[in-house]
Design a protein around this ligand. Structure first.
Ligand SMILES: Nc1ncnc2c1ncn2[C@@H]1O[C@H](COP(=O)(O)OP(=O)(O)OP(=O)(O)O)[C@@H](O)[C@H]1O
Ligand SMILES: [Mg+2]
Length: 436
């Protein structure tokens, strides 16, 4: 608003002062011409010029006065009251030269003191400039008035709707804080800043809801998974207490130690996942050739594969550089190989595992594939969650934490775990950024 006022005022003053300046230039030139003529030809010299100019019926006004101030020549009949010779520019009123107009006109002029006491007044009827100026001022006032009214109206409406939307965001957050966690911030659809804010708040709320749901599931699952072995251990200990047979008691204790180990393994896996997800180990990552780790882990698992009447093949070349930590890579690979051994037996009964490593675009892709039953497409995302085990695997030992751990490792290393169909079997692929 202020800038509009400044610009319009500037245009106004500039235009008006230009017009006034032009007028003064004309008058000044006339005054100079006439004084020159007076100097050369005296009163008679300028008399003729003044008469001639008057005959032209322009906007110029002249008057030559004798030392007593009486009219000698010119279309002005008397000296303007406020005219002081050789002083400054002055404005005065004249009767319009136009017979139809009765209104007084404004004139602007200058009074020159000629030698011998004569005075010469040269002026110009500036009524049209005055009218023009009034008109501009009039439009300016109206324009500004409109701008102020419209500005205030639009501003008020805008701030009302803004405040209303801020209120509704505040109300919604109040409701969410009161426990209505599925509520979301209102989106107006205009895509403005408030909408963007509401969108990101909603994204944040979705994420929080997912995390809370995950926490709930995890604690439920932990409770459930602990209950079975603990009940079993308790029953076993009770039997042992009641019985007299030393050998049976020892056996019961041994089995309890074994169960305790399993429980500890579960807790360790859970702790590792939590730590990985918190990103605590990211700082100690270094450039690592995954090939060496692949070779070591494959060597470690070869005897186990043979026990399962199977084979394990390594298809990789050195140079699979990634940003990682050896232990983390080994942990991920052993979990994948563990699964392949557990669930990857092919129809002929043997377990044929292929571990491969390759560089694909900007990724190092490490995969472990088997020829077992695989995982149906609909379950491929779900199995990455904690404690998810498919029904057909219930007979095998496990907690459903392995793939979840591998997936957390992949995320920590800036990559991802992708489960694919190996036709037949399962192919677990680790896509990690190539760091070579
Ligand atoms: N190679 C595979 N072939 C077929 N099914 C698989 C394979 N790997 C995993 N699964 C399925 O995915 C489920 C989740 O695997 P995950 O490794 O997370 O848990 P788990 O092996 O059951 O237990 P844990 O790894 O904690 O000992 C398994 O229970 C199994 O149903
Ligand atoms: Mg597993």
């Amino acid at each position: 608003m202020a800038s509009i006022v400044v610009i319009l005022s500037y245009v106004y003053y500039d235009t008006i002062s230009l017009l006034e300046q032009q007028d003064q230039e004309t008058i000044r030139a006339d005054v100079l011409g006439l004084t020159d003529q007076y100097r050369v030809g005296g009163v008679a010299g300028i008399l003729e010029t003044i008469e001639r100019r008057n005959a032209q019926k322009g906007e110029m006004l002249y008057m030559l006065a004798d030392p007593s101030g009486s009219h000698i020549a010119g279309n002005l009949v008397s000296l303007p009251i406020n005219s002081i010779p050789d002083d400054s520019w002055f404005d005065f009123k004249i009767k319009s030269a136009d017979k139809n107009a009765t209104a007084d006109h404004t004139a602007h002029g200058y009074n020159v003191q000629l030698p011998d006491g004569y005075q010469l007044v040269v002026a110009r009827d500036v009524e049209d400039i005055r009218v023009f100026r009034d008109r501009i001022l009039y439009s300016l006032y109206w324009g500004l008035g409109f701008a102020v009214v419209i500005g205030l109206g639009v501003g008020t409406a805008f701030s009302r709707s803004f405040l209303r939307r801020v209120d509704s965001i505040t109300n919604t957050s109040q409701k969410i804080m009161n426990g209505n966690l599925s509520d979301r911030m209102p989106i107006s659809g205009s895509g403005d800043e408030l909408d963007r804010l509401a969108h990101s708040l909603n994204d944040m709320l979705n994420k929080i809801e997912l995390l809370m749901q995950g926490m709930r599931e995890v604690s439920g699952n932990v409770a459930h998974d602990l209950k079975t072995p603990l009940t079993r251990m308790r029953a076993r200990l009770e039997d042992a207490l009641r019985g007299e047979d030393k050998v049976a008691q020892r056996h019961a204790l041994e089995q309890n130690v074994h169960d305790c180990d399993n429980l500890l393994a579960t807790f360790n896996a859970l702790l590792s996942i939590t730590q990985l997800e918190a990103g605590q180990q990211r700082t100690s990552l270094e450039n690592l050739d995954a090939y060496a780790t692949l070779a070591d882990v494959v060597e470690l698992y070869e005897p186990l594969a043979e026990e399962n009447h199977g084979t394990i093949q390594l298809r990789a070349q050195p140079g699979l550089i990634i940003k990682a930590k050896r232990e983390l890579m080994a942990q991920a690979l052993t979990n994948l190989l563990d699964n392949a051994l557990k669930y990857g037996a092919s129809k002929d009964g043997g377990t044929h595992i292929i571990v491969s490593g390759r560089i694909e675009q900007s990724n190092t892709v490490i995969s472990v594939s088997d020829q077992g039953t695989g995982i149906p497409e609909k379950d491929r995302t779900r199995v990455l969650d904690r404690f998810v085990r498919l029904d057909e695997s219930r007979t095998k030992p496990g907690n459903g934490l392995g793939l979840s751990l591998v997936s957390s490792i992949a995320t920590l290393l800036g990559g991802k775990l992708i489960i694919r169909d190996n036709n037949p079997g399962l192919k677990a692929e680790l896509h990690l950024p190539y760091a070579g």
